[in-house]
Structure formats: structure tokens, C-alpha cells
Design a protein around this ligand. Sequence first.
Ligand SMILES: [Zn+2]
Length: 241
Amino acid sequence: MRTLLARPELSAAFLRRLAAKAALIERDPDKKGAAARIYASSRQAQWFKPVTDALKQMAGPGERCMICSGSESSQVEHFRPKAAFPLMAMVWANFLWICGICNQSKGDRFPPDTEDGELLIDPTNENVWDFFFVDQFGNLTERWRPDLNDIDPRAHITITIFSLDRDALQESRQLRLEDLKEKARDAINLLASGRISAADLRERISRWRLQPFQPDVTDYFLHGPGRLEEPFAELLDRAGR
Ligand SMILES: [Zn+2]
């Protein structure tokens, strides 16, 4: 998870079209069945394309999964699943753009409505770094909550439901962190020896942030709380950021 671009505003005409579909679901005695049917036919239809276009734009370069940041996304996710919340099946604010592994892992689960547990974290609406950190090895980890004397329960259930700590992902984050540290140290040395300018350094940092390789790790260390850790603190200081 990472900071995403703000949710774009869809046109009023398009939002009316979504609302009309939602009204059909609301009027149906079998709301769950209607939600599944109406969403499935809409998803296939050409008119629905502004939703996927806007979600891809929000996901950023490489269209990385909004949940794991690890893979290219291909699926519209209902943050509140349509099986449990049929009236949310056609609501723009309920749509995320995620990969098949995250989607399959979550399924129709949504605590506390479908099972015990805290509310999942919505990366389009919350600062994910209030809940997680990336440790010195690159692993996405739940924050400690001194007031609870426990790890953050929302971070924990989010990691569990989406399998955000799966081995391949953690390994990929570890490699990304090693790579970023190396890039940062090299750039600091180049600047110190006068071979690049502070402006070049800023340009490099911007480029790294656009690379579609575990952008969650990049976001944490170049934009989020990890910017206070070395070598990123020195890097950003020298870049004048
Ligand atoms: Zn994913």
C-alpha cells in the first residue's frame, strides 16, 4: 500500500448512470443477486470504461496493485464487497484497482460485517503509513500501538485478509529497498564529488518514485516516514527536499 493520487472526479452524467444502476439494485427484492448481475454486465460494457481509466490513473506508473504494489492490476475491487453490501456495487468511491492475488485472497470478506475484526484500511482514503511501516530489511509490518500494547489491529487484519506479507512480496520489497539504498548512496557520492548537481539529484529522485517496482517501498522511504532514515535522510537533505 502507498499514497495514491487523489480519486478523480467522474463526470456528473457518468455518476448519474452509476446511480441509476444502483437504484435498480435497490428496487430488486434480491439485492445481492441484482448487484452481482448488474455489476457483471456493466463491467463488460463500454460505458464503464471511465471507471477503469480513472482507477489506472490513480494506481500510477505500471498500474501497480493499490493493495500490494507488487503486480500490475487487472481487476476492479469492491472495497465493501457487493455480496455483503449490494447497494455499494455501483458506487465510485467503493472501487479499487487491484491484482488477482489480492482480490482472490480477500474474496467477500469484510470485517467487522462478515467476521470479527477491525475495519480494513482503504488506501484511497487514509494515510497507510499511520498503520504500517517498512522495516530495515524492506518488510511491510504493522505499527506498534502503545495505547493498546499490541500491534495496530486494522493493519493486522488488512495484512491477513490480503496476504500482504506473502513471501514473494516481502522478498520483492527487500530487493527494492536494497536497490534504493544503493542508488541513494551512489547519488550522494556523485554529488559530493561534483559530478552531478542538486537539481540532477532531484530529477533522479523523481524518476525513482515513478518506477513501477514496489512503489510502496519507494513511497515510504522517499516520501513517507522512512525519509528520516539513512541514507535517505542525507539524500533528501542534499537534494534540498
Ligand atoms: Zn495485489
